[in-house]
Design a protein around this ligand. Sequence first.
Ligand SMILES: NC(=O)c1ccc[n+]([C@@H]2O[C@H](COP(=O)([O-])OP(=O)(O)OC[C@H]3O[C@@H](n4cnc5c(N)ncnc54)[C@H](O)[C@@H]3O)[C@@H](O)[C@H]2O)c1
Length: 345
Amino acid sequence: MALRIGVIGAGMIGSWHARILSETGGGVLAGVCDSNRALAEAVAGPLGARAWAAPERFFSEVGMDGVVIASPEVVHGDHVEMAAAAGVGVMIEKPAAPDTAGVRAIMETVARSGILAMVGHVERFEPGSALLRDAVAEGVCGQPVAIMARRQFGRAGAEKYAASSTLRILAVHDFDLLRWVHPASVSEVHAVGGQGVLHATCGLHDHVVTTLRFADGAVGAVESGWTLPPAYADFERPTGWQGAGNNRLDVYGTDGFVSNDMSLRHQPLVAFDAREGFRAAGIRHQPVIHGRVQGALAAEIVHFAQCLGTGATPIVGLEDALRAVALVEAAERALALGQPVRPEV
Ligand SMILES: NC(=O)c1ccc[n+]([C@@H]2O[C@H](COP(=O)([O-])OP(=O)(O)OC[C@H]3O[C@@H](n4cnc5c(N)ncnc54)[C@H](O)[C@@H]3O)[C@@H](O)[C@H]2O)c1
């Protein structure tokens, strides 16, 4: 029988997860919960699922094997508690929690209840990122000396993350990637934040540059920004296209380099017309092909369903989340103090 998987938090990313669950066949969409009832209904209705507004009722009434937790990170711990009480496996969106104490509390809940837990570090399912990581592990560039990551988007819509931080929303992806690609311990983290339009309007740093010193002598740098012009990714046509970002991941080592270049000048799919000018398609994470969501986000949900069904250990779990959130926490402290700090993990 198909696994029943629900979604809590029906915003930007939760609505993608709900759609994927209704399309993939890895599981069936058991129900959608959002504290904004109208939003829960707007997402669930067209997918033929029921909607809930109260999380407690959702967990007690829906009857499911697993749940995708796509609410803001401040409530992930509460939602994991409810899932554990109901004996339901969890796929928790990144960051698993706002800080390491929050991740540790989730780890305790999961250990106590024995539910399956996976974390939505979607880059682990991106072909370019996974193949780069395998190449580095195979020794293609020798011993890594510099690992450089960039993740940059337009600022349109970013204000909704004002209660979170640029580090928690953007940098955490690359912190997980860096620790996955180069699993040496990190001895020092420093960060500086750029203050532009976004900072003036809602307090979010427009661009953060984080540097990492690894205990084995390697250095890392992570750029995380909302500094592309809003119009770059904000267009109407072609209707199926999503805006692109400006991303890259480069590893330079003792014997060579490996580079995954998804930068502004290397977008594979671009268009230009007189009405909307230039635009580039974001074909990472969740491209819609033949009316169905494909790509890393769909692979992530299929993997979660497979782990739920077979009891296999997820590719990305809470220990990984702890290491990524420890870097977020250290970078947030470095930003506030104006000096480098040592991460907890
Ligand atoms: N994997 C990715 O690439 C990716 C992309 C974007 C966001 N995220 C993560 O997903 C999470 C949500 O981000 P988003 O962009 O979808 O935000 P969003 O604001 O669009 O959606 C969050 C939703 O959660 C709902 N919500 C808030 N508190 C709730 C509660 N207590 N119970 C039930 N619903 C509640 C809100 O009403 C909102 O609809 C964040 O942790 C974020 O870091 C991951």
